[in-house]
Ligand binder design. Structure first.
Ligand code: CA
Length: 257
């Protein structure tokens, strides 16, 4: 297994409010929000609290550990935001993967996890954003959502309330899979097809992260950009990953409705 990560502030913002972590077993992307550096505090604190909880609670089932780790980060941010006026209104997204027997995912907000398998990219998370809800309820199209003036409004984040619902998922990784965690600085700039093109073409892990971030910067770099990429062993060449004559692999979506 190989992994790499890259986070940059982009070309417009003065600071980077994204945080990420990867150690070969735990992987996190968090995208903070809030005035005057509060976003940086939010995302970095959430990652720290989560890692601390995860380390101290290995006895818990992975999904419980993820959920409770995110909840404890949420409570810490909520407490800090209420006690320090400079941090009022801070919050963060949080998307993480734990590699145990399976790949276990936890998710809140509009950062994303994608699985690349056999040349196809499947979204594993659902954005907790206003535009995603409007698309699902049929008010706007996915195309309209991309340029919607309210596309940055998120409906779920850590630090906003003492209660929080966490999305959980898990799947068995296959040799050759790639798992991408990213902030909306990537997905707001690049279409899924463009991300898939880069993830398919650039086989080296670190170089792939570099290409993804560069591509988002080339589109203007309007937001902080963070990518974490995990390559599972046995990656096969694109040409041989889908043998001729065999049925095309079904695009994978998570089962939640
Ligand atoms: Ca962002």
């Amino acid at each position: 297994m190989r992994y790499a990560s890259l986070t940059e502030k982009g070309r417009v913002r003065d600071n980077n409010e994204d945080s990420c972590f990867s150690d070969g077993r735990v992987f996190v992307v968090a995208d903070g929000m809030g005035g005057h550096r509060a976003g940086e505090v939010a995302s970095s604190t959430a990652v720290e609290v989560f890692l601390h909880f995860e380390r101290d609670n290995r006895g818990l089932d992975p999904q419980d550990r993820i959920r409770e780790g995110i909840l404890s980060a949420n409570l810490e941010l909520y407490k800090q935001a209420r006690s320090d006026p400079r941090l009022e209104g801070m919050g963060t997204t949080f998307t993480c993967a734990l590699l145990e027997e399976e790949v276990c995912l936890g998710h809140v907000g509009d950062s994303r996890a994608y699985r690349w398998r056999g040349g196809e990219l499947g979204l594993l998370t659902r954005d907790h954003s206003l535009v995603e809800r409007m698309v699902r309820e049929g008010y706007i199209t996915r195309l309209e959502a991309r340029n919607h003036p309210q596309r940055n409004i998120i409906l779920r984040a850590l630090g906003v309330s003492d209660e929080l619902e966490v999305d959980l998922d898990s799947y068995a990784a296959l040799p050759g899979d790639r798992l991408l965690l990213c902030s909306d600085g990537l997905t707001g700039s690049l279409e899924d097809e463009e991300i898939n093109h880069i993830v398919t073409e650039v086989t080296e892990t670190e170089a792939c992260c570099r290409h993804l971030v560069d591509a988002a910067n080339d589109r203007g770099g309007f937001d902080n950009i963070t990518v974490v990429l995990i390559d599972f062993e046995g990656r096969v060449a694109r040409e041989t990953s889908r043998p001729k004559g065999k049925k095309k692999k079904r695009r994978w979506w998570r089962g939640r409705s």
